[in-house]
Write a protein that binds this ligand. Sequence first.
Ligand SMILES: Cc1cc2nc3c(=O)[nH]c(=O)nc-3n(C[C@H](O)[C@H](O)[C@H](O)COP(=O)(O)O)c2cc1C
Length: 188
Amino acid sequence: MATAEVNDLIMRRRSGRAIAADIVVPAVVIETMLEAARWAPSSGNAQPWRFVVVKDSPIIDAARSALKPGNQSWANAAPVLFVVCANPADDYDVAGQPLYLFDTGLAVQNLLLQGIHLGLVVHPMAGWDEDAMREAIDLPQPYRVICVIAAGYPGNVDLLPEDLQKRETAERSRKAPAEICHYNRWTS
Ligand SMILES: Cc1cc2nc3c(=O)[nH]c(=O)nc-3n(C[C@H](O)[C@H](O)[C@H](O)COP(=O)(O)O)c2cc1C
C-alpha cells in the first residue's frame, strides 16, 4: 500500500523494556504526559480515565509485586508506574457496547506518545494481579485497573534477561493492510 509519511511519533513508539532504574523522571515530564492523556477524545466527553502515578516507596514496591513475574523481570526497573483506572459506570454507551475501555485506551495512547516525545521508554501492560494492584494503590470500588504503564528513561539493553534483549531491537511487526482494511464492503 502506497502511503504518505506516517507521523514520526507513531512510527517511533514501541513498547521498550530497557529502562534506567536510576534516572528520575521529573515531575514536569509526568505532568505533561497526564496532560496529553487528559485531552483524549471520549464518547459523550465522559473522560472515564483516572491515573495513579506510582513512584515512591513503599507503594511502588507493592505495585511492582502485583505485576506478573514475566513483567517484573524488566518493569521493576521502571521508576514510574502509571496505574490507569476507570469506573465502568462512567460510560456513554449509545450502541450497546461499553465504551469506557475504548475511551481509556485512547487516553493511554496519548500518554504513550507524549512519553515517547519526551524521550522516555513507555510500555503498557495487562499482566498484573488486580487484587494486589488494587491493594497497593488503595483503589476503591467500583474502579477497575485497566492498564499499567511502565515508564522511565532508556536503559542498558544488556541488563535485560537474555530472551528479551533481542526483542528490544527487533523490528516491530504488524498485520498486512489487506488483512485489516476493507473499502466500501467487507471482502473476504
Ligand atoms: C493493553 C495492552 C497490554 C499489554 N500487556 C503487556 C504485558 O503484560 N507485558 C508486555 O511485555 N507487553 C505488553 N503489551 C505490549 C505489547 O506486547 C506490544 O504493544 C505489542 O507487542 C506491539 O509492540 P509495540 O508496542 O512495540 O509496537 C501490552 C500492550 C497493550 C496495548
